[in-house]
Design a protein around this ligand. Sequence first.
Ligand SMILES: C[S@@+](CC[C@H](N)C(=O)[O-])C[C@H]1O[C@@H](n2cnc3c(N)ncnc32)[C@H](O)[C@@H]1O
Length: 194
Amino acid sequence: MNLPNGIRKKRSFLEIKDGNGWTAWNPYHSKLSAYILAKGKHWPFKKKSIVLYLGAAEGNTISYLSNLCSDGRIIGVDISPTSMAELLLLAGEKTNIIPFLGDAHFPKQYHPHVNSPDIIYQDIAQGDQLDIFIRNYEYFKPKCGFLMLKSRSIKGNDKEIINQYKENLDAHFATVECINISKWAKGHRAYYVQ
Ligand SMILES: C[S@@+](CC[C@H](N)C(=O)[O-])C[C@H]1O[C@@H](n2cnc3c(N)ncnc32)[C@H](O)[C@@H]1O
């Protein structure tokens, strides 16, 4: 993939254009930045994209998506009230972020705020993260999705777990891209599905 509009490489990292000029986009803090640096092939984010973001945390990655999808919406779901307090501050500064305090196991709860997302992006460190993703994908039926998965390493079993994730995703989706981003996010793979 060529670098998306508004994103450029500076030495071995990325910069992204926002209202203040070019800002660093740290791959150690954002797995989406790592996905681009690791030469992921897919870039569905457009100005008008509607993104359902599961595992919003304090909104680090969301703050970049908010600029990239400036005429769209990012609905950020997180279960932690502490993270949500920070995300609310960010949403006060940006007009296209909708924070939702809730559990990603229950898509029905945030459905009224989401409607039909173009993209589901998930970064949730939980044992059943794959089930959560598939449940949301089947519920909202977006055009595509990103899943940032950590292989729950039980000493040396990483490879097996990664293969198992890939097999499960292959069974559900026509396109599955698996990108190794462990250089920046320990034990992580970024999956793009469609
Ligand atoms: C690794 S952090 C996400 C970092 C964020 N994606 C970023 O790049 O800025 C994982 C987040 O998932 C949230 N989380 C864990 N279980 C969840 C659930 N069942 N529903 C919603 N959020 C959950 C945690 O509270 C945490 O904020």
